[in-house]
Design a protein around this ligand. Structure first.
Ligand code: GLN
Length: 201
């Protein structure tokens, strides 16, 4: 049985655990390097990316996560988790560090104050042919993607500019929004079935 970890330093950990249970997976919370060693894949939850990164340094799990990502461990990051996977961050907090691995530039809090939080229906390539209700909370968007990154979904702003909000690069998946806050588990299911089962630890 595949063990899936949820990084449990801060953020909506419980919600990801619940979504994984609903998909029939065996989730565990991960705070220590020994717990990380026991999982085949990891979820980085929504929350506050600066806080999660700082705590990861304090718990001495920052470098171990970086290393596992570099070795090809499947990782899914939602919202703050997307920022933590990004190689580059625009509007980063002073001293902000990320695990990296995903060849994207993200802009933190990209949707601005007026639309701090909103919901919309999105189609997501490969994952959902019918709309997914996407919940955005002080969400980032993707400003630039490397050539090996696949854009799965975008949101178009008032000026008609499309901003990617769901991307995949090999074993790494990231969304600007929070499927863990809805009862629609298609993104978790895709991560488990299409990305984790091919990588057995
Ligand atoms: N704005 C937050 C950050 O920078 C992310 C918000 C979220 O995860 N809902 O980490």
């Amino acid at each position: 049985m595949l063990k899936i970890g949820v990084l449990a330093l801060q953020g909506d950990v419980r919600e990801h655990i619940a979504s994984l249970h609903e998909c029939g997976a065996t989730p565990i919370t991960v705070r220590r390097p020994s717990e990380l060693d026991s999982v085949s894949a990891l979820i980085l939850p929504g929350g506050e990316s600066t806080t999660i990164a700082k705590l990861a340094h304090s718990f001495e799990i920052f470098e171990p996560i970086r290393k596992r990502i570099a070795e090809g461990m499947p990782v899914y990051g939602s919202c703050a988790g997307m920022i933590l996977l990004a190689d580059r961050v625009t509007d980063a907090a002073h001293d902000q560090t990320t695990f990296g691995g995903l060849d994207i530039t993200v802009r933190r809090n990209a949707f601005g104050r007026q639309v701090d939080s909103f919901e919309t229906d999105l189609e997501i390539l490969e994952i959902a042919s019918t709309a997914v209700r996407a919940v955005f909370i002080r969400a980032p968007w993707v400003e630039q993607v490397g050539s090996s990154v696949e854009v799965l979904s975008s949101v178009t702003d008032k000026k008609g500019v499309a901003h990617p909000v769901a991307v995949r690069q090999g074993s790494l998946l990231a969304t600007s929004f929070h499927p863990e806050l809805t009862s629609d588990n298609r993104i978790h299911r895709y991560f488990l079935e299409q990305m984790c089962h091919s990588f057995q630890k």
